[in-house]
Structures are given as C-alpha cells and as structure tokens.
Design a binder for this molecule. Structure first.
Ligand SMILES: [Zn+2]
Length: 435
C-alpha cells in the first residue's frame, strides 16, 4: 500500500498517513503526521500541482499506551501551476480526519462504540476524550445511525416478541409514556422501539416491513394485551400467536396478591402493615413452590394459618402453582389442553371471585395459551431480558427526554452486532518480527 512500513507508521495505524515525530506534551502524547501523498492534481484543470505551503492542524485521537494522543497533521497546501486556472491553492483533506473536526473519525467511532456496545454514558465518554457532551453525542449519532438504520439489521427474524416498557415516568405535564419494543426471540436482539403501546403502534411498524420479512415470521410471542393481538392478526396473519408464559404465570400470582389484599382488608379492616401475618408472606406467596426452602415453607404455612381465615389465599396459591405446572409438565398441545380444561373447571368451582376472573382471562386467550405447546415453547424470555438491558440504558442516561436519542441508544446497545476485534490468545504464538 502507500504507507512506508516503518515501525512508527504501523503504530499509527492510520491508512494514508505516516508518523514523522513524537513528543510529550504535558503528560500527553503528541504525534506529528503527514499524508503519504506526494503529488496532487488540480480539481479545476487537472494539471499537476506544486507544494505551496505546510500548515499544522491539531486533532484528538484514540489514546495510545495509556496516554491521551493529539495528532498534529502537517497539512500540505497545493498550488495549481496553470496561470489561466481560477483555482489557486487548496489544502489536502482526508476522510479519516474531517475538516474542522476536533478529533479523528476513529476516535469518534470509538466514542460511539463505548456508548453503544459498552453502554457507557455520553458524559463519561466525552470526559474520556476531552470533548463536550454535544460533540460526543454528535459522534454517537453520526456513527450510530448508519448501524441502526441498516436494513439488513432486521434480517432473518423467525420469532417475534412484543412487549411494552415505560419510557418516561408520569409527571405534572404528562402521564407515564410507554414504548412498544419488538424483539427477535431467536437472535435475542432488539429490533426496534416505537412510541405508544397501542394496536396501531405495532401494526404500523410491522406493516412497514417488506412482504418477505413478514412472511419469514412464523411465531409471535405477546403479553396478554388485546391491542397487540389484534395488530398481529392483521399485519402478520401467517404467524402463530403465542401467549408469553412469563406473563401468564404473573397473572396467576397477581390473582394471589388480589386475594391476599381482600382477605387482609376484610379480616383486619386495613391495608397490609409490616407486622400483619399476610403482609409478611407477600413475597413468599409469589415464588414457585419448588423454589421454597424449608424455612420459607414454614413461614408460608404459619402466615396462612394466622391470616387466611377462609383458606381462599391457599386456594388461589394452589391455582397459581398449578397454572405454572401446566408449562412444566405438559409436553404437547393435547396434554396441555386437558390440563388447562381441568384447571379452568377447578377455578370455576372455587368460591374465590379472583380465580373466576383469572379463569375467564386465560380462557379468552385459550388458543394463544395452547399455541405455546405446539410451537416448541417459544417464550418472550428474551424480551424480558431485553427489558433489563433497556432499564440499564435508561439508568445510564439518567432518563431520556428525547425519543430519538432514546431509540438510538437502545438499539446501539441491544440491537446492533458490533464487529469489535477480540484479542487473540498469546499462548503458542511465534515471533513474527523481522529483526
Ligand atoms: Zn488548475
């Protein structure tokens, strides 16, 4: 290529440039560089140009050997030798160091990677590079948007997960604002987020995908929200809709909670307090039976003994555990259907109104519930895992005001495959230095 192959230029690693001098400047490393171009041609008339002047230009670069690096690019100023040409002089340019930029493109790309892949805050990265927050954020946008808007990013989705997350907490000016997130359940990546949690929000996003993309989605997992189900049935009619097991199990435990609160109120006449026996076991009641230690079992039974006067909480707890058990025990749709039928009857026969309501809800989602067992147990689990990452990014960003920034940051962290070079092992390596 056009580099001189010298040790210094290899260390620099900036294509088309060579390192001509290195010095220390206040604990930082200052590297003088120049392009390897020896000749330029006038862009006005095409005649060969002559070197007219040299002008230094300072930019920040990636740190080297633990020290901040400043590059001093000794730019060439060329002059056209053709006297009739209107172009007089011009300064050389490079894609790697943009005109009037304060830092190199590779430093800007690294800032974007740290914010995106590493999930660091923009403020943190700005400090590390010695630039302002706005300058760092511009770099994140310039280098991040092409990654996020790349149409190939959404390729090959066979199983789609849909879920909502809170974007902005409620305040005096607006209620809690939600976003709908779409997740690739097999590839475990965030595909996109759109404002709102409506049928329309999801429908519009799915409908904007090319037909081939929509045809490739065979399964869609969703939480029990009618809006999403409607949107999926119209925009992805070919995909089997599966009710997410996690949400179903949560519905069961929510019913137990409701019964506990009602019984508490009826027997003691007030909401749960710290020393109330039912209040003390509220968390134990939400655990799967097989995860309970002996100690937890004893606490649970003692709490129910003391507070569950009509044994309604116990009944609801058993129903919630049985609902979970359908997922654990049933291996095919027929078995699941039989077990579900028995479970629904059991709830209907009970004297617990919350169980009647729970049974009606599950029954209304019967097809989506059973689809879990005919699709090999597709789960919205990756969506939930994605929600944890989303929460992390929100914490790092101290809450977002601007939806576009929020979307960019989320997708850079959970929706983009970073081609970061992974160090190779040193063990067994042979020296390659040409001494
Ligand atoms: Zn010219």
């Amino acid at each position: 290529m056009d580099d001189d192959g010298s040790a210094a230029t290899v260390m620099l690693g900036l294509a088309g440039f060579r390192l001509i001098a290195v010095s220390e400047y206040g604990g930082e490393c200052e590297q003088a560089i120049e392009t390897t171009a020896v000749e330029d041609f006038c862009r006005g008339c095409g005649v060969a140009a002559r070197l007219h002047d040299r002008r230094p230009s300072w930019v920040r670069d990636l740190p080297a050997a633990g020290r901040p690096v400043t590059l001093v690019w000794i730019k060439r100023v060329w002059r056209c030798m053709e006297t009739r040409c209107p172009v007089r002089t011009w300064t050389e340019t490079s894609e790697l160091i943009k005109v009037r930029a304060g830092w190199t493109e590779r430093a800007r790309a690294e800032a974007c990677r740290r914010v995106g892949e590493d999930g660091h805050s923009v403020a943190q990265v700005a400090r590390a590079f010695g630039v302002s927050w706005a300058t760092a954020m511009t770099a994140v946008r310039d280098h991040g948007r092409p990654l996020v808007e790349d149409p190939d990013r959404l390729d090959a989705v066979a199983a789609l997960g849909v879920d909502e997350t809170a974007f902005l907490a409620a305040n005096a000016k607006h209620p809690t604002m939600f976003v709908t997130g779409m997740v690739d359940l097999r590839g475990r990546r965030l595909l996109d987020v759109v404002p709102g949690r409506s049928s329309k929000a999801l429908h519009d996003w799915v409908s904007a995908r090319p037909p081939a993309w929509r045809d490739s989605v065979s399964v869609a997992a969703l939480d029990p929200f009618r809006g999403y189900a409607t949107a999926l049935s119209t925009s992805l009619p070919g995909a089997v809709r599966v009710l997410d097991a996690f949400h179903v199990v949560q519905l069961g435990f929510a019913a137990v909670d409701d019964v506990r609160r009602r019984v508490q109120q009826q027997t003691l006449g007030h909401r749960g307090r710290r020393d109330d026996p039912l209040y003390r076991i509220r968390r134990v009641l939400r655990r799967g039976a097989e995860h309970l230690t002996d100690h937890a079992w004893n606490r649970l039974l003692a709490g129910l003994d003391a507070g569950d006067v009509d044994e309604q909480i116990g009944l609801a707890w058993i129903a919630a555990q049985d609902l979970r058990r359908i997922y654990q025990r049933a291996t095919d749709r027929d078995t699941a259907q039989r077990r579900l039928h028995a479970w629904l009857e059991h709830c209907a026969d009970s004297n617990v109104p919350e169980l009647h309501r729970l049974a009606r809800t599950i029954d209304a989602w019967r097809e989506e519930f059973l689809a879990y067992f005919s699709t090999g147990g597709v789960s919205n689990g990756p969506t939930e895992a994605m929600n944890l990452l989303i929460k992390k990014i929100k914490r790092v960003g101290h809450g977002f005001r601007n939806f576009d920034n929020y979307r960019l940051r989320l997708l850079l962290h959970c929706g983009v495959t970073w081609q970061t070079h992974q160090p190779t092992p040193l063990r067994g390596r042979l020296p390659r230095l040409a001494a």
